[in-house]
Design a protein around this ligand. Structure first.
Ligand SMILES: [Zn+2]
Length: 341
């Protein structure tokens, strides 16, 4: 079918969103527009930032997908079954878009939203900012199960749903309407990042050796390592799914007195993966020299999110089972493989 005329406007909004690391990191987030029984949605593994440079949208049979969701069929979690066979698969979050009757849906991983959505009091703190007129869906793995939570969240009609430990979904009848809701909500949820001490780049460079290097002094991940509360919060576990998918579970700290090369040798001998980043408590952060674009984007995201979490805040972490289901997930292996640069 011919795509709707406002797909071009959606591409422009998508590219703008995707270019802002405070709103989208790597291949995260997705946008869609519906026309009758069809929906055009971002393809899995592609980046919103590329929306105007290459084709990132795929057409989905919306009616068939909704019928599968209504009937609780397992196929609802395989959006590729509702698209024409081709090089691109629809996003694994396609079902989240299908539950909205509104034509246009924007889903982003805004760091301001995540900084609230990971709190133990997430629902109450969001309500204190947004008042009425939003829904809250507690964390479950992205896909049809999460779509059911979104449908029952009470926010579909208003077109605003906060996803616990995940991000933001907004909807509107037109691209302009959805973008306006997005701006209103993100403005209400905005948080100023804390200012942390300066990292010691010379010492970090020495500790990094041949495998890691410190990012520039203004990189937000340094602050996480420099603040005891934030460093402990990062090491305790994973706070949202894309972190697990691209950086692994939680964060690894470099033990005092050990170099990064020695740590990597020890991990490799134990059959463990080399972490894409290391926190050096009290000193700053190190990024693996061979880390790809997506792990780098998610390492920055962790710094941006935690800088917006006040010291002492109680947080909700993904459970061991929730971490494991993300790591073993075939759909995500596909997305990760597509995104290797
Ligand atoms: Zn998402």
């Amino acid at each position: 079918m011919t795509p709707p005329a406002d797909l071009a406007a959606l591409k422009s909004v998508s590219a703008r969103l995707g270019a802002d690391p405070l709103r989208i990191q790597g291949p995260g987030g997705n946008t869609s527009v519906k026309e009758g029984a069809r929906m055009w949605i971002k393809a899995s593994g592609t980046e919103l930032a590329d929306a105007e440079r290459r084709e990132i949208f795929v057409e989905v049979d919306l009616d068939r997908m909704r019928a599968a969701m209504d009937a609780d069929l397992a196929e609802a979690d395989q959006p590729a079954l509702f698209a024409a066979p081709g090089a691109l698969r629809p996003s694994i979050e396609t079902s989240l878009h299908a539950v909205f009757p509104q034509r246009v849906v924007l889903h982003a991983h805004c760091v301001d939203t995540i900084a609230l959505a990971i709190r133990a009091d997430a629902r109450a703190v969001v309500a204190s900012r947004l008042g009425e007129g939003f829904g809250f869906a507690p964390y479950v793995k992205p896909g049809a199960t999460l779509a059911r939570e979104v449908r029952g969240s009470g926010g579909v009609e208003a077109g605003v749903v906060i996803l616990g430990n995940h991000g933001l979904l907004v909807a509107g009848e037109s691209v302009e309407a959805a973008a306006a809701v997005f701006e209103r909500v993100t403005r209400a949820l905005v948080a100023a990042p804390a200012a942390f001490a300066e990292p010691d780049l010379a010492n970090l460079t020495q500790l990094g050796g041949s495998s890691y290097a410190p990012p520039p002094a203004d990189h937000p991940l340094h602050g996480v390592a420099l603040s005891p509360y934030h460093c402990a919060a990062a090491r305790k576990g994973s706070l949202y799914p894309d972190h697990v998918i691209f950086c692994g579970v939680g964060a690894t700290a470099l033990p005092e007195g050990e170099t990064a090369d020695a740590l990597v040798a020890r991990l490799t001998a134990a059959g463990l993966a080399k972490p894409p980043f290391l926190l050096v408590p009290g000193q700053g952060a190190l990024i693996a020299n061979d880390a790809g674009a997506s792990p780098r984007a998610l390492a920055r995201c962790l710094g941006d999110v935690l800088a917006r979490v006040p010291e002492g805040t109680a947080l909700t972490y993904l459970t061991d089972a929730q971490n494991a289901e993300l790591i073993d997930w075939d759909a995500e292996k596909y997305r990760r493989a597509l995104n290797v640069r």
